[in-house]
Design a protein around this ligand. Sequence first.
Ligand code: ADP
Ligand code: MG
Length: 825
Amino acid sequence: LERSDKKAYEEAQKRLKMAEEDRKAMVPELRKKSRREYLAKREREKLEDLEAELADEEVLFGDVELSRHERRELKYKRRVRDLAREYRAAGEQEKLEATNRYHMPKETRGQPARAVDVVEEESGAPGEEQRRWEEARLGAASLKFGARDAAAQEPKYQLVLEEDETIEFVRAAQLQGDEEPSSVPPPSAQAQQKESIQAVRRSLPVFPFREELLAAIASHQVLIIEGETGSGKTTQIPQYLFEEGYTKKGMKIACTQPRRVAAMSVAARVAREMGVKLGNEVGYSIRFEDCTSERTVLRYMTDGMLLREFLSEPDLASYSVVMVDEAHERTLHTDILFGLIKDVARFRPELKVLVASATLDTARFSTFFDDAPVFRIPGRRFPVDIFYTKAPEADYLEACVVSVLQIHVTQPPGDILVFLTGQEEIEAACEMLQDRCRRLGSKIRELLVLPIYANLPSDMQARIFQPTPPGARKVVVATNIAETSLTIEGIIYVLDPGFCKQKSYNPRTGMESLTVTPCSKASANQRAGRAGRVAAGKCFRLYTAWAYQHELEETTVPEIQRTSLGNVVLLLKSLGIHDLMHFDFLDPPPYETLLLALEQLYALGALNHLGELTTSGRKMAELPVDPMLSKMILASEKYSCSEEILTVAAMLSVNNSIFYRPKDKVVHADNARVNFFLPGGDHLVLLNVYTQWAESGYSSQWCYENFVQFRSMRRARDVREQLEGLLERVEVGLTSCQGDYIRVRKAITSGYFYHTARLTRSGYRTVKQQQTVFIHPNSSLFEQQPRWLLYHELVLTTKEFMRQVLEIESSWLLEVAPHYYKAKE
Ligand code: ADP
Ligand code: MG
């Protein structure tokens, strides 16, 4: 090392030591902090927006006579702006945040909510303005839920929950229903069980329209079907088609789902309704898992799987009907399917195309498919009262837990549905809930806590559909999956923190990251709607009415506009679609994103300089994984280490759920994890874990002893087997590196040379884009700080973290990607 480098290096080491200590203290604070930072940032942006808006309005309305309302609005905005400016100038971040808050002083607890604002007025904080605005806008009938609503239960509720453990909600709006609140009582568990499965089928909103629907399908090639979630689109329509004979002569029906869990769960349900074994007439097919057979005529599959079907059967000749379900989700794969299916439909007039969607966006689909008719299934929806919090919640996970208990002890019977962003959060929330219930013991009625997310084993998934036992209450803690894809009967209360996990992509830098972001208004309303399926319901939003109005986007941006396209471009190229700029997109991706995808595929050797698919590109498309991962697998041939690379690839695909850390054994768990560390980095750690597990005879006991998740390992084993089965197709032989890990690391580098970072004086920077990034504190390299490394993915939480990092040497980059990296002269 040069001297200056050495010094920088030592300094970095020192900083890191400190950071590590900080981290230990910080972890519980992390979630709170990111939320606070987010609020502060939002606050800044809001001021900027406001300034811009005012500037516009002042120009526009300078001389125009304004109505009283408009004048008030303008005055209000000016006042907020001035206050915000003042606070900002004074650097009083805390006070600035207060523009967004309603403080509920302790003394007023238990009194009507109206007493609240006295304190605000005294301090002159802008919250009062906001409250007035809000009341004017929403006609807010302030209602302290838990107090007035269930007055009789209040004493009990106060006894059970600590005073400062409750959250204040105000009722501010109602989602209109088309049924009278009291027209149908919530079905009791017994009634549900008694009803035969056929009776349930006949009771679904789609049933009365069966004949009409089939007639419409018969007379139109493309039909858009719109219906409330839970009306029976997904489970019934394919069955109607089956009954109508669309699967005669060996033809199949495909129904696509954006999510794996939905495909699995719905297929299981339909198999049960038809009285067949899953995998016979009805099956599902998702990546790395095929539960279909020769006999399968109703195929539920992820949209990505149907996309891959085009590779083996470009005209979908064995399908009589393709139903693109959950079209409103606008996933990347669904969007691409639209373009391809529209094309196939032109030269296969007998192919029926159904596009099914919740009540969103159907006009756009119709226009896209040359004004195809829209078939509306009238919904069945009860009104839902919407409640907001008075103040933003700094820690929404904690707030969720508190609110669930609050609902449980104060509200009449009915199950609860909570929306969180991912597995980690869901598990944490479930644990916290169970913990508190245990502590409360017999003071509260039984609360069944059930998680649902993508990696949950299917027996656990099925549990959410089981009727709640009498006297108990069920709380389902779900990802977005429960927004429209799955309908759980009996939900009366919805708890919505207002966030979702979203991919975002910066085409300028080519960096993709996964971020927890506020959901859209459309999403929030879909979530609320889940409460009104069986009776009038309530939706508790863990954000303020102001936040809803001003901080949520109207709709979610389609995935195609916020993701990298390497995968899809490779697929389209292998389908012989060369002119991507003119592909029939419902919404085109940003031009730069397309260009960058082409560039990356060129760098990976999948395309030649004319943009044509190379032999290696064709092989890469054969593997159902990201181009970078495919490239890594192909490169293992050259470095004779395919055995190891397959394991790494499989472990990367189940990523982040390998180790677990029970709260009472954190030290043991951490030690166990550290015992797997190998010099070189996380990819080798993953390899090590898998190898030792395999040596144990794939034992679950071994997993238990080593704090490794057995389910994840089992899944990794499945994935590995599938990939191994594909090796022959891509002409890679099975070879082992015999402990020479340099070869493994070089093969990984061959695929991931795009994702490299270098240690500079100011920390890590990505090599090409010079973006500041950090090693994730969970990484085995966190304390080592190698000069050069590659990462598997970037995750933005409090910082831009690299997850799964591997130490590399800069000379390898020249070796594996000479066309991309040049030696410094
Ligand atoms: P849509 O697609 O219109 O949203 P679905 O066909 O998914 O409606 O749902 C129709 C009904 O089937 C709902 O009442 C739902 O509760 C029920 N259902 C769906 N999947 C399952 C399952 N796995 N177990 C039990 N009931 C289910
Ligand atoms: Mg559906």
